[in-house]
Design a protein around this ligand. Structure first.
Ligand code: XMP
Ligand code: MG
Length: 184
């Protein structure tokens, strides 16, 4: 049955997500407020496509200067299990501004096997002389972890279920849902 015809089961309601993002925003404010300035704002890197909604809601809570950038990575294609290889969808999407000496926060939708986050955090560490880097993830799904990844700001831990909504998709659909749901 097509998921577009069946309402997904709610795992994390819109209210629950928004309340948790307010808490994460406070944590980020207390950590970064004293570290960044208007001339050296926090660089927030939103990993497209899945993190677009999480990132846009999260940054609304930040009350210090930030510069928002985007990259697009993929380890999935249209399948529901990872292909195992993380690739920039288009090499141009990995072109970032000069991050030398900058505090950087990477914003991901979900850390599953950990391959995507590990790839990108390693890329930042090896190829950009950043002052600090941290990872924020909406969801931490540890069951199939293949790479150790440190998530500095995690909104929710989830079980081993395929989730959609709030930016996450099933073959391109459902990203617009204001909640995180489970495909049954
Ligand atoms: P890895 O396995 O590299 O996965 O940690 C990270 C990326 O895979 C996608 N992903 C999902 N997408 N529902 C989705 O819609 C899921 O349950 C799911 N698990 C992983 C996602 O793009 C994430 O950034
Ligand atoms: Mg993703």
């Amino acid at each position: 049955m097509s998921i577009s015809k069946t309402a997904p089961k709610v795992l994390l309601s819109a209210d629950k997500i928004q309340n948790r993002l307010a808490e994460l925003g406070e944590e980020l404010n207390s950590h970064y407020k004293a570290l960044v300035t208007e001339s050296q704002p926090l660089v927030v890197i939103c990993v497209l496509k899945g993190a677009f909604m999480f990132c846009s809601d999260l940054v609304k809570h930040l009350d210090f200067p930030c510069q928002i950038e985007f990259v697009r990575l993929s380890s999935y294609g249209d399948a529901r299990t990872t292909s195992g290889a993380v690739t920039p969808v288009d090499p141009l999407n990995l072109v970032l501004p000069d991050l030398t000496g900058r505090h950087v926060l990477v914003v991901e939708d979900i850390v599953d096997t950990g391959l995507t986050a590990h790839f990108f955090m390693s890329h930042l560490k090896d190829s950009h002389n950043v002052k600090s880097m941290a990872l924020a993830a909406l969801l931490d799904k540890k069951a199939k972890r293949k790479q150790i990844v440190r998530i500095d700001y995690c909104a929710f831990d989830i079980e081993d279920v395929f989730v959609i909504g709030y930016g996450l998709d099933d073959s391109g659909l459902c990203r617009n849902l204001p909640y995180v749901g489970i495909v049954e």
